[in-house]
Design a protein around this ligand. Sequence first.
Ligand SMILES: [Zn+2]
Length: 115
Amino acid sequence: MNPLDQANDDTLAAEPSPEQIAIAMARALSNTLALSHLCLTQRCRRSGKCKGDPRDCVAVGEALLSPDIVAGARLFLEGQLEGLSFDQAHANGPELIEAYAHWIARIERNPARRR
Ligand SMILES: [Zn+2]
């Protein structure tokens, strides 16, 4: 079988439910925001990725981070989904994208970060 046909079949068979989409978006947002560094659960912090229900992690992130940072991450993520370059996403909301980029720069420099 043509591998491309196979891939298409899999995509159709795995039509995600709205809840699965919400979870996938929350997981993408939590990874985009590097929320595993803030997460209250050790599982997330240890693995460097949000485990369990990422909507919980996003709720924590939204409570702790400035709204500009979260909005910038959403904008960045939407840009990725639409295939925009960083510059194009930046043009859609320069202040928000910069708030997000500064957050990522700060968390990446965090000496407490474990690899
Ligand atoms: Zn988490």
